[in-house]
Ligand binder design. Sequence first.
Ligand code: DON
Length: 319
Amino acid sequence: LDVTQQASTGDLPAKSHVDDLIADAHARYAGLSDGVVADYIPILAEAEPSWFGLTLVGINGSTHSAGDADITFSIQSISKAFVFALVCEEVGHAAIHDRIGVNNTGLPFNSVMAVELNGGNPMNSMVNAGAIATTALMPGRTIAAKWENIRNGLSRFAGRALEMDDTVYESEMLTNQRNKAIARLLQSYKRLDPDPLDIVDIYTRQCALSVTATDLAIMGSTLANGGVNPITGEQVVSAWASRDTLALLASCGLYERSGEWLFEVGLPAKSGVSGGIVAVAPGKGALGAFSPPLDSAGNSIRGQRACAYLSRSLGLNLF
Ligand code: DON
């Protein structure tokens, strides 16, 4: 990337400079035609490949957007990061380490083999097996109560009531046999206590919550800000749960491409198959990106390029 790596100053640059760079990032990559829109969840194939939105939200609440920052899309795997934060807060650091794990699988997000190769261990909460096991740990006596806690919790991260997209949920429920198989496999290893199909149901619901690039930036900046939503001022999770979440995003947020991402961008982040990416600059803010065409690991191509450009030009790289 032909952009000078700016040194981190500990703060975001002045507002007008950030606005200019967000507009630049959008203009640089809007014309890219690489990548394919996901279609293994049939409804996702209807997304417009040209959609491209970017938002940066600072921990002081400053908001900078370009392009399709207000188009809604299903959050998909990015929900895993925020459900993890809520569960981590409830069960604690040690239980996450012991019951789920925090190491990258090096394999695709929906790998069954990763579970088998690791003696039934779901490995980490950012791949489907670990995310299903994490959703099962969400507080709530009934499955409906767990789902309400997920929807409320993610809404507090976003600072607005998030709604589920029924069409996305129904489309994925027709084609999610693999996730059901993973849940049954975890059950066979005694790694999943509640009914596996109930858990896959609410996991599929959490993935179908509708968000915008701006929502993702607000959700991410809550993690950047020690768990306090910079727009509403609400403490959504504690500072330590935010820190644990960001550590996991750094090692596992872009699946088997997490190493390359950290090498290029240097920020904890999470991607989803509908084309969203949230990238978090601790103590500064977060980027929300949305563009449906994906690389072969399931990560938005324009989103990755824009985050790499902005990480360099804004001096966000942690290292
Ligand atoms: O479980 C699934 O396959 C989808 N609901 C989410 C997958 C996903 O977003 C992976 N991301 N790149």
